[in-house]
Design a protein around this ligand. Structure first.
Ligand code: NAD
Ligand code: UGA
Length: 468
């Protein structure tokens, strides 16, 4: 039997650890929640008025509980020692070295957490995998915990997180489901009881450990597959005068297909889709299933194709050269309502435009200029430790990061809309047109300006998946 949970800790104060724990603390005033991280700057930000994660509604959720039953700290050992239940919510990026480089998940941070728990824990603890992990990781976690010198005992649960950035708070308040996989009924029940503070029981789904681990990778693979599927059709639409938004509407009204996640775009980004599919591909290969691996890998290849295709279309439309031309970049985040740029399509599109020697002027309402510079330097370095002189010159001379949409667009030959920020729809397009070079082109990678009378103003407007 497991005592009711009164003390939780979470290792990893990132995009998942911070918001999920803030929600638990808000909904469960009877539970003390401590979020710990080795990154002292991040913890300081969580303790400040400027949270490290921008999410609509998150400030309110954090400020309601912080200092009451929600605490952020760098004291990992103490938090583990005090907690009955320990969530591991550290990053699991794609491995860039050794076996499985470029595909497998790098599990070093997970393993370090398990070893730290084994070293510090006393008595009985429930360890919860919150990070997205390859199926059968719990086996390794259990093996490491079994070596605890103090004789502490453990249950290991899998409780993957399905929130999407930009809607994290609403997703956490009313999740489609909460998935809990485990072997010990008592441990599973203890975590069910935590979520039951606010999530209806019928949405609390319990499975075996391995199904839970694998369901997370599978969910992301299916979601990304829908985006790649509709993006593949967008290319065909451009060649045939069909309109991808009409096609999406028509197929989405079939209740077996459903309307969501069929928005054609410049390509999916975000920290997880690509990494999780590549991880799935690696697992399939590892388990001797090359056909399955190849099937899923195509989702990522199609996404790369979509990004490349977008740049090629810009170059072709701008009379086959963008060298020395100014392109205004509207949006750099991987989707609206987040300051996250990880794997954003914008990074790759800006890189390709720079390789074409375009001058790019970037505006994003939420992303720091420093972050954009770091992302572009990383992508131009292309895995090398140093930037080449040519790349450095391009970054210094051809990139400008500006603080409003007009600066980005003034004297531009074209505008590329890369994130679907709502404010872009309300721009003063008359003024923008006046201030641009003529003919003035707009390349809408999100189809958010499609219904505005841009042609009447004088723009040449091109979106994704239709031709006019
Ligand atoms: P993140 O990089 O924002 O945060 C991870 C944090 O863990 C970092 O602050 C890092 O300093 C900390 N950390 C790493 N090793 C540590 C250690 N040994 N001790 C203490 N802290 C340590 O990552 P994230 O976006 O929050 O993602 C975390 C996990 O959740 C990943 O597996 C990801 O796939 C998964 N996930 C992410 C999302 C999302 O929207 N970002 C959604 C669902 C699932
Ligand atoms: C995604 C999943 O939606 C979450 O359920 C999951 O928890 C999370 O990954 C994760 O594991 O990290 P997220 O990446 O935050 O969430 O955001 P999404 O809304 O899924 O968007 C991902 C990318 O796909 C964005 O670049 C978005 O613009 C793009 N997208 C999405 C499209 O191009 N078209 C669509 O119809 C939907």
């Amino acid at each position: 039997n497991v005592e009711p949970i009164r003390k939780i800790c979470c290792i990893g104060a990132g995009y998942v650890g911070g918001p999920t724990m803030a929600m638990i603390a808000k909904q469960c005033p009877d539970i003390e929640v401590k979020v710990v991280d080795i990154n002292a700057d991040r913890i300081a930000q969580w303790n400040s008025d400027e949270l490290p994660v921008y999410e609509p509604g998150l400030d309110e959720v954090v400020s309601e509980s912080r200092g009451r039953n929600l605490h952020f700290s760098t004291d990992v050992d103490q938090a583990i020692a005090d907690a009955q239940m320990i969530f591991i919510s550290v990053n699991t990026p794609t491995k860039h070295f050794g076996v499985g480089a470029g595909r497998a998940a790098n599990l070093e941070f997970i393993e370090k957490c398990a070893r730290k728990i084994a070293e510090v824990a006393q008595g009985h603890k429930i360890v919860v995998e919150k990070s997205t992990l390859p199926v059968r990781t719990a086996e390794a976690v259990k093996a490491i915990l079994a070596g605890a010198s103090s004789g502490a005992t453990f249950d290991v649960l899998s409780n993957p997180e399905f929130l999407a950035e930009g809607t994290a708070v609403e997703d956490l308040v009313a999740p489609d489901r909460v998935l809990i996989g485990g072997e010990s009924k008592a441990a599973v029940d203890a975590l069910v009881d935590v979520y039951a503070h606010w999530v209806p029981r019928e949405k609390l789904l319990t499975t075996n450990l391995w199904s839970s681990e694998l369901s997370k990778l599978t969910a992301n693979a299916f979601l990304a597959q829908r985006v790649s599927s509709i993006n593949s059709i967008s290319a065909l639409c451009e060649a045939t005068e069909a309109d991808v938004d009409e096609v999406a509407m028509a197929i989405g009204m079939d209740s077996r297909i459903g309307p969501k996640f069929l928005k054609s775009s410049v390509g999916f980004g975000g920290s997880c889709f690509q990494k999780d599919i590549l991880n799935l591909v690696y697992l399939c290969e590892y388990f001797g299933l090359p056909e399955v691996a190849e099937y899923w890998e195509q989702v990522v290849k199609m996404n790369d194709y979509q990004k490349t295709r977008f740049v090629r279309r810009i170059v072709r439309t701008l009379f086959n050269t963008v060298s020395d031309k100014k392109i205004g970049i509207w949006g750099f985040a991987f989707k609206k309502d987040t300051n996250d740029t990880r794997e954003s399509a914008a990074i790759y599109i800006c890189r390709d435009l720079l390789h074409e020697r375009a001058k790019i002027s970037i505006y994003d309402p939420r992303v720091d200029a420093e972050q954009i510079r770091r992302d572009l330097a990383d992508v131009m370095r292309n895995g090398d430790s140093e930037l080449s002189a040519a790349s450095e010159k391009l970054l210094n001379e051809n990139v400008e990061i500006v603080t409003d949409i007009h600066e980005a667009s003034k004297d531009a030959h074209g505008i590329a809309v890369l994130t679907e920020w709502d404010e872009f729809k309300d721009a003063d397009f008359e003024r923008i047109h006046n201030e641009m070079k003529k003919p003035a082109f707009i390349f809408d990678g999100r189809n958010i300006l499609k219904n505005l009378p841009l042609a009447d103003i004088g723009f040449i407007y091109q979106g994704i998946g239709f031709s006019r």
